[in-house]
Each structure stands twice: as C-alpha cells, then as structure tokens.
Design a protein around this ligand. Structure first.
Ligand code: TXA
Ligand code: MG
Length: 363
C-alpha cells in the first residue's frame, strides 16, 4: 500500500516566491481548483487549506525535502512532530505499524472529524514528520475542501496549523496570508473554519488511551467508545519525555500578555473591570474579551470584543483565535479575558485560554 504512496517527487511547484490564493466554495469546491492544489502538493509544494478546525499547511508527508521546507516556512523547531492527514481511514494502515482495535472503533465513530490519533509509526514515515518519535499522529479531516484535496492528491499530507511558529492558529485565509505570504506556494481559501480550535489529540500508542490536547471531540465522547480514556497533563514542565512537544503553552498565545479571569460571574467581571480601568489609567491600551451577556461599563477607550454567549461555546470556540488576532492587530498592550464554562467544547476553549495566559490567571 505504502509503496504505491511512495512516489518519486518531480519538483514542480511554483518557485517565484509568490503565494497564490485560490478561492473555493467551502461546501462544493471547484474540482479544477482542487486539482491544481493537489498537483502542487504532489510536486512537493506547500499548500495551506481549510480543515474544520483551523487552516493547515500541507506537504507530501513522505517527501523529506518538502517537510524540511515546511518547517523552515513556519520557523518551527524540528522537535515538534506533525499530524499526517489522509483522505480515508484505510490510508492510516499504511502509516502505522499496526492498527489497534481502539483506533478502528474511534475512526469508525469520529472520522472524518476533528480527532487525531497517535499510533506506533511505520518506518516509512520520515523522522522529519515525527520528530524522531516512534509514533505518528494521524487524522482524517471532515472539511469538504480538505477531503476533496486529500482524495485528489491521493497521498498522506503532513500539516501543522498554517501559522508562523509561536503565533495563533489561523481560522481564516487572511490569517495565513498575514503569517506566511511569500513563504508558501498556495492558499486554498475556503472561508472561515467552523470549529475554530485544533483537533483533539489522543495517544493510543502506550497503555491507557491518553488525551494530549482537548478539542471538539471531548473526553466524554471518546469514553462512549473507549471507557478508559485518561486526560493527560497539558503542562510539559513536569514531563521529561516530552510526549507531545508541540503542546507548550506559548504556541497558543497572542503577542500582548493575556490575563484570564475565572470564578463566579459577577465577582469575576468586577475584578476584570477594576483591573482594566487601572491599566487604562496607567496609560495602557486595553483589550477586553467578554461574553455576549456581560454588562461591561467601560470608562475610557478600551477595545471590547464579545466572543459569544456562555451558553453557546460553539460560537465562542469558532471566534476565539480571530478575536485574539484582532487584538494583536489593534496593537493593544494587554488583553483581559473572562473565563468560559469548561464543559463540552468549553474544555478546549479553557485549555487554549490557560495556555495563552500561562501564569496570569486570576481566580
Ligand atoms: O486541528 C488540527 O489538528 C490542525 C489541523 C491543520 O489539522 N493541526 C494542528 O497541527 O493543530 P499542529 O502541528 O499545530 O499541532 C499538532 C499537535 C502538536 O501539539 C504535536 O506535538 C502533536 O500534535 N503531535 C504530533 N505528532 C505527535 C506524536 N507522534 N505524539 C504526540 N503528539 C504529537
Ligand atoms: Mg500549531
């Protein structure tokens, strides 16, 4: 199977240093546009495309040269492994040593979708992709554009989020352009992504299935299929083995320092507003991120963004990164964010806000 995938790459991507953008209908992408992007991938090119979570920056996963080019374009350290995207679950078999029953059951239930499985890797997957780990992360995305592209290309595509290293994941083609214009070959613009936070990462490679990164497929949903799912610690500091080196906090942070306010709503908002006014009085440009229903009475010139209702975490997740990027673009000095309920998709929102805040959490 993999022999078929191991094609000799005749490099024929555009090397003019320009990033082309092709717009496609997110539901029914034009086959000619998809064919062009697929050909670019097959020729060793770097192609950004929408998935249901965030935009990915794809390259042919079995082409070491292309993978190295990808790391260079992102400025990503080589010790941070990539997720390999495939168009159908049966391609997973070619990338891993063996497929455990648990992986088959989860794939049947959640693929295509925002779930990434970490499995023992086949030796044919280059070290450049796995950062030398003995495992490989695999996912079948659900976005019609991603699916069409992967099916048309017919190859496994390694794709991290299409942002510069240390910047926020992109949820729109314009975010990709802001970070990577001139550094990649092509962007397939399929409009804003729907989920808005990166896929759930589940490690099935050792003993108990362990959640490494929360996403839209929640631990509760996984436990309906696999009752013994454990939630891994997200902090790397206490983890010498670096099970998932890409999960360092700083990857998910805006440029301006972000403080997260948690706790019961009226008191939490009062505290947030008090700190906001203090910062404004000290001359700082302040960005406030609150919920739709929050009554905030700002005396002064702050930038306010509403993420959505605390009862609608789907909207909150889908807007999170673009609102944080807008704050950075507006040049605010500090960002103050209200906490959101940590259930369902809220677990992923909370996780990303915690990473962005690092130690700046007010309880
Ligand atoms: O939703 C997503 O997952 C998006 C879209 C494009 O699919 N991709 C994405 O990729 O978020 P990236 O590279 O930004 O994050 C991949 C995460 C990293 O935290 C990385 O450390 C982890 O997956 N990962 C990759 N391979 C791994 C492995 N073999 N073992 C443990 N963690 C792994
Ligand atoms: Mg990323």
């Amino acid at each position: 199977m993999l022999q078929k995938l191991l094609r000799r790459v005749e490099r024929h991507y555009d090397v003019d240093g320009m990033t082309d953008v092709i717009r496609v209908d997110p539901e029914r992408p034009d086959p000619a546009a998809i064919a062009r992007a697929a050909e670019c991938l097959r020729g060793g090119g770097l192609v950004a495309f929408p998935t249901e979570t965030v935009y990915g920056l794809g390259v042919y996963a079995l082409d070491r040269t292309a993978v190295r080019r990808l790391f260079e374009a992102k400025g990503r350290p080589a010790n941070d492994p990539l997720i390999v995207h495939v168009g159908s679950p049966d391609l997973m078999d070619a990338l891993v040593l063996h497929v455990p029953d648990a992986a088959r059951a989860l794939a049947a239930r959640f693929w295509p979708g925002p779930l990434t499985l970490v499995l023992p890797r086949s030796p044919l997957v280059p070290d450049e992709v796995t950062a030398g780990l003995d495992t490989v992360a695999v996912r079948v995305p659900a976005h019609p554009v991603a699916r069409a592209l992967l099916v048309a290309a017919g190859i496994p595509v390694a794709a991290p989020s299409a942002n510069l290293f240390s910047r926020l994941s992109p949820t729109r083609a314009s975010h990709v352009l802001d970070d990577l214009e001139g550094r990649i070959d092509l962007i397939v613009d399929g409009g804003p992504t729907t989920v808005g936070v990166e896929s759930t990462v589940l490690d099935l490679s050792r003993g108990t299935p362990t959640l490494l990164r929360p996403g839209a497929i929640t631990a509760e949903m996984l436990r309906e299929v696999l009752p013994r799912v454990e939630v891994g610690t997200v902090r790397q500091d206490d983890r010498p083995a670096m099970l998932s080196p890409g999960l360092l906090e700083k990857h998910y942070a805006p440029r301006a320092p972000l403080t997260l306010y948690e706790g019961e709503t009226p008191a939490m908002l009062e505290r947030l507003m008090r700190d906001a006014h203090e910062a404004m009085n000290a001359g700082a440009r302040v960005g406030l991120i609150v919920a739709d229903e929050d009554a905030v009475d700002v005396r002064g010139d702050a930038r306010i963004a509403r993420l959505g209702s605390t009862h609608d975490l789907t909207t909150v997740a889908s807007r999170l990164y673009s609102v944080l990027r807008e704050m950075d673009a507006a040049g605010v000095d500090v960002i103050l964010v209200r906490g959101f309920p940590g259930s369902g998709l809220g677990t992923a929102v909370r996780d990303r806000l915690h990473r962005a805040a690092a130690t700046r959490i007010v309880l």
